[in-house]
Design a protein around this ligand. Structure first.
Ligand SMILES: Nc1nc2c(ncn2[C@@H]2O[C@H](COP(=O)(O)OP(=O)(O)OP(=O)(O)O)[C@@H](O)[C@H]2O)c(=O)[nH]1
Ligand SMILES: [Mg+2]
Length: 427
């Protein structure tokens, strides 16, 4: 049964001494899921154990020749490598196998191209794709793009590959300017909600972030058993939060070896996350490699310089967990943490409660004194904080305000000498 609409592919992985076979299989499972999300049909996996990667072919030349035979016998359209290929390796492999070659980064980019809906996401993806293609822009690629198309050469690639590097660079500059403009718009939007507490959902792709957002806010963001279903930042208010307004932010998921061009290009989407007051790190506890996923997410967070933001580990999908003992082990190991099922609504009420409590607690009370001629700054206080009391005497405004630590910092920077005292009044 050959599905004509799907590209026929095999996966290639390299076994390293530092890595268990189990880990390699887990990585290849994930690669297969990525490939299927991109619309490929996987016929086989090829694994080679190596201490060192080959500079010309990544794997041994003999192995490449075996793969070239499979290209014929299995009628392959595509070979997908789990490891990053240099432009030269890609070219060499293409020459020997005479078929399209793509690596994990290229595959992730392809999925992003498919899933990008908004102008911002499209712009970011095109930028990342062009940056990825630039060093790979050779005659070989042009030739292939004209002939085959499909996975890895979709989207802007098809037309951009026809033109020379100089034009690609020009396009990159245009996109970068466009993103600065979009980011500016976003900042303006964000200003309107400065006095609200914001919690960002972060986590590995497919962990259940969007399901959780829907469960907590009653919205209907797309949920799919697919990688990278969400590419845009969605902001929704926590329902049932009359005491304190709390916003939740859902955004793009992370994955092992997320291409760094992509992370850089998605900065404006991730900006919402970067400015959040609290991170909810959502984890699929039923995934066999969930602890590796936690480590990956934490390292991306570090890369984004939000490694020390306050964070709650939200272990999700406990409804589908077989080994219940895992919960107690993880509760000890990851703190603070909560164990929920976003889909079934198990312990969601508790999570909502924690969010509200945290939001309340994180507010601090300040007494500020501002000379009345700084009327703009006084007006700003109302944007940035809850003004509990304000009185005007001797040409000065004396105010008691309550706000998040983030905003408090901002205010104290502006207020400078006028900040009288700071009383933490959390409890
Ligand atoms: N069993 C179970 N499945 C869940 C739960 N929460 C989410 N899922 C499923 O997990 C899959 C991924 O859910 P999403 O909410 O799209 O995950 P995400 O983290 O937003 O994924 P991306 O946007 O692709 O990064 C879907 O098939 C959900 O139905 C849960 O509590 N239990
Ligand atoms: Mg999602």
């Amino acid at each position: 049964m050959m599905d004509e609409s799907k590209e026929r592919a095999i996966l290639v992985g390299v076994g390293r001494p530092s890595q268990s076979r189990w880990q390699l299989n887990d990585h290849l499972d994930e690669l297969e899921l990525l490939a299927r999300t991109a619309g490929a049909e996987i016929l086989e996996r090829v694994v080679q154990d190596r201490d060192r990667l080959d500079s010309a072919y990544l794997i041994g030349r003999g192995k490449v020749e075996q793969i070239a035979e499979k290209v014929q016998s299995l009628e392959l359209d595509l070979i997908i490598f789990d490891d990053d290929l240099s432009p030269a390796q890609t070219k060499n492999l293409q020459e020997l196998c005479d078929v399209k070659i793509i690596d994990r980064s290229g595959l992730i980019l392809d999925i992003f191209v498919r899933h990008a809906r908004t102008r911002e996401a499209r712009t970011q993806v095109e930028l990342a794709q062009l940056k990825y293609l630039l060093p790979r822009l050779t005659r070989q690629w042009k030739h292939l793009s004209r002939q085959v198309g499909g996975i890895g050469v979709r989207g802007p690639g098809e037309t951009q590959l026809e033109i020379d590097r100089r034009l690609v660079r020009k396009r990159i500059a245009v996109l970068e300017r466009e993103l600065v403009r979009i980011a500016h718009q976003r900042t303006t939007q964000r200003k309107h909600r400065q006095n609200t507490f914001r919690a960002a959902l972060v986590g590995y792709t497919n962990a259940g972030k969007s399901t959780l957002l829907n469960g907590l806010t009653g919205s209907t963001v797309k949920v799919q058993d697919q990688l990278f279903a969400t590419l845009d930042a969605t902001v929704r208010a926590l329902d049932n939060s009359d005491k304190r307004s709390v916003l939740l932010i859902d955004t793009v998921g992370f994955i092992r070896k997320l291409p760094h061009h992509l992370v850089a290009s998605f900065r404006s989407t991730l900006e919402e996350t970067l400015e959040a007051d609290w991170l909810l790190h959502v984890i699929d506890i039923t995934h066999p490699g969930f602890e590796d996923q936690i480590a990956t997410v934490n390292s991306v967070l570090k890369e984004l310089k939000v490694g020390d933001k306050p964070l709650l580990y939200v272990f999700n999908k406990i409804d589908a967990l077989k080994n219940i003992a895992l919960i107690e082990r993880m509760r000890e190991k990851y703190q603070p943490s909560i164990f929920i099922s976003a889909q079934r609504g198990i312990f969601l009420q508790q999570l909502r409660q924690q969010l509200l409590e945290y939001a309340e607690q994180s507010d601090e009370e300040f007494a500020v004194i501002i000379p009345v001629e700084h009327s703009q700054l006084i007006a700003k206080l109302y944007d940035w904080a809850q003004v509990l009391e304000i009185e005007y005497t001797d040409g000065q405004a004396r105010a008691k305000i309550r706000t998040t630590p983030q905003n408090a910092q901002k205010i104290s920077r502006r207020v400078r000498y006028y900040l009288e005292s700071k009383q933490t009044n959390g409890s």
